[in-house]
Design a binder for this molecule. Structure first.
Ligand code: ATP
Length: 199
């Protein structure tokens, strides 16, 4: 089975693009969603997060205290890296297991951090969703009701779009200039063809 990764900077529209593939019947795994689920349910992750950030990292109902954790790690790059080191390996394993269970010519894994976490080695093709910075900032300010400064802060922690495009096999332009759906349809055909006739 062909494994396709979709990634892109914050606000590029990777979740939106992944949904379009899902509408075409392609199974889609969201790494961010999975990480959120595993942080609430995986006993080993819970134990390690508490060791790293203290008991306050979890709410009395057992769910991750997202506000507290965000406030701690977004001011401290090293802490963020330590948290990622706890959550990434089990999420990558969970994705691999999920992919093996799917019955489809190809599957998609959508993740904000892909090149950064080396999970891209396990994927056959990587699609980068691209949008210019001003549009990404506008979208996230609208969606998350955060400041421009906060969006810029989050962007700084991701690799630059130029590097991502160089590392990508395919690029989808979600820049409000080029229509997205035809690009998705074209890649869908291409991946089906590749899955049927692997080189
Ligand atoms: P994040 O990294 O924060 O998860 P993302 O790359 O997954 O972001 P989306 O959540 O898909 O991005 O899109 C960000 C916001 O921009 C959403 O509210 C989405 O509806 C909107 N959006 C995405 N693409 C477009 C577009 N072409 N036109 C208008 N709005 C768009």
């Amino acid at each position: 089975m062909l494994k396709v990764g979709i990634t892109g900077g914050i606000g590029s529209g990777k979740t939106t693009v992944a949904r379009l593939f899902q509408l075409l019947g392609v199974p889609v795994y969201s790494a961010d969603e999975a990480a959120r689920r595993l942080m609430n349910t995986d006993p080993e992750i819970i134990q390690q997060v508490k060791l790293l950030l203290g008991e306050e990292a979890y709410l009395p109902n057992g769910n991750l205290n997202r506000a507290y954790v965000a406030q701690r790690v977004f001011q401290d790059q090293q802490l963020l890296e330590q948290l990622n080191a706890i959550t990434h390996p089990p999420t990558i394993r969970d994705a691999e297991m999920w992919m093996q269970q799917q019955k489809a010519p190809y599957v998609i894994k959508e993740a904000a951090l892909m090149f950064e976490s080396s999970s891209f080695h396990l994927l056959d093709k990587i699609v980068v969703v691209y949008a210019p910075v001003h549009l990404r900032i506008h979208r996230i300010v609208q969606r998350d009701h955060v400041s421009v400064e906060e969006v810029k802060n989050r962007m700084r922690r991701q690799i630059s779009p130029e590097v991502a495009i160089k590392l990508a096999d395919e690029v989808i332009y979600n820049d409000e200039q080029k229509a997205v759906i035809p690009q998705v349809l074209q890649l869908h055909e291409q991946f089906l063809e590749l899955a049927a006739h692997p080189h």
